[in-house]
Design a protein around this ligand. Structure first.
Ligand code: PLP
Ligand code: COI
Length: 359
């Protein structure tokens, strides 16, 4: 299925677009177009197009507004040095989108349609990819239950849309060490729940914990497991890694309660390629504190599409606080950040063929 192109009748003028691309705040700069596709029980996937980005008109009884049957993805298109564009591991996002759909009783979008939608939008809005170092076009595919019905059941109609947003660093002022608040009160996901799915509800429930982190003077919240309130899981929108004094690294395992991050997987792959000892293992908050204090842990970092690789400087909980390593950017963290961004920007070899170049 091809995505028909209906160019926007009033795109943002080039000089205005250039001004918006100078220092874009994450998620605030929107492009001219969106990709859109519908699904219904009788027609299946239909009406594929890239069209002007406009406000949606929805019936107030639309199912997603009531029962949150919604999933999304996040991936980036980068400007290559030769001026072309490339996506980073979009096939992995397509697969995860299907996994999320299954968990939320939604129809699975075939990978070819996911890829075609994203590529068609990047082609239409390629002038919105920032050329600055650290800049990229953040793509946000999402799907909502669009049937107007108040009964609690899987919707019989869905709307799939891809938005694009020109971004610089996720962090105001660029990458710098973040401080974390450990939430001992709120959890994000329980066994059997939706933690491994990228559904909006997971983010809705994280907000009160994130607000508490902010109130406590921390940048981000880190969640513990729901059953024992002991094992470190992930941040509200990033996975977490620990670096030990023997050079080994550890990240929590994919037990079903954390998001299987594509950045996480990429870092594990890079680390294994380099012969590092890698563990996907449960790691407790008390142990983290003890290891940071003894110097056994020398670095910790968070990672994700939006945040890339971000060092963790300080950690606080209700009755404790500790510093990780020097409190700054560690060597291993820096190395992963550089290696990953060099591949993403087409500046270094890509042995796993992660980049998908657009002709
Ligand atoms: N964990 C959560 C809860 C996220 O929202 C994200 C962001 O997408 C990640 C982890 C990192 O995933 P990825 O590396 O695929 O962006
Ligand atoms: C991402 O990294 O793509 C995320 O989804 C994190 C956040 C912006 C929700």
């Amino acid at each position: 299925m091809d995505f028909a192109f209906e160019p926007s009748p009033n795109p943002v003028p080039a000089n205005e677009r250039a001004a918006r691309l100078v220092d874009p705040v994450f998620g605030r700069v929107h492009t001219d177009h969106m990709a859109i596709l519908r699904w219904s029980q009788d027609k299946g996937w239909h009406d594929a197009k890239v069209t002007a980005r406009v406000a949606l008109t929805v019936d107030p009884a639309t199912a997603v507004l009531h029962y949150a049957q919604e999933i999304f993805e996040g991936l980036k298109a980068y400007r290559m040095e030769d001026g072309s564009a490339a996506l980073f591991r979009p096939d992995a996002n397509a697969r995860r989108f299907r996994d999320s759909a299954r968990r939320m009783a939604m129809p699975e979008l075939p990978d070819e349609l996911f890829l075609a939608s994203v590529e068609a939008l990047v082609r239409a809005d390629r002038d919105w990819i920032p050329t600055s170092e650290g800049g990229s076009l953040y793509l946000r595919p999402f799907m909502i239950a669009s049937e107007a019905f108040l009964g609690v059941k899987p919707s019989s109609e869905y709307l799939y849309i891809v938005l694009a947003s020109s971004v610089g660093s996720y962090w105001k002022g660029g990458v710098k060490p973040v401080s974390l608040w450990v939430s001992h009160e709120y959890t994000r996901a329980a066994p059997g729940g939706t933690g491994a799915a990228k559904c909006g509800g997971n983010y809705a429930t994280s907000l009160v914990a994130q607000a508490e982190a902010t109130r406590r003077g921390c940048d981000q919240v880190v969640f513990l497991d729901a059953a024992e309130r002991r094992w470190i899981e992930e941040l509200g929108g990033m996975n977490i890694f620990f670096v030990f004094d023997d050079g080994s690294i550890l990240t929590p395992p994919l037990t079903g309660t954390i998001l299987p991050g594509i950045t996480r997987d990429s870092i594990l792959t890079l680390a294994r390629d380099q012969g590092l000892t890698v563990r996907e293992q449960l790691y407790g908050i008390d142990q983290w504190r003890a290891d940071a204090e003894s110097g056994h842990i020398v670095e910790s970092f968070a990672c994700g599409t939006a945040a890339v690789v971000t060092p963790i400087g300080h950690v606080s909980g209700p009755d404790y606080a500790f510093q990780v390593g020097s409190g700054g950017m560690g060597q291993t963290t820096q190395r992963f950040l550089e290696q990953l961004t060099a591949i993403q920007r087409g500046r270094s070899p890509d042995p796993h063929r992660w980049l998908r170049r657009l002709g």
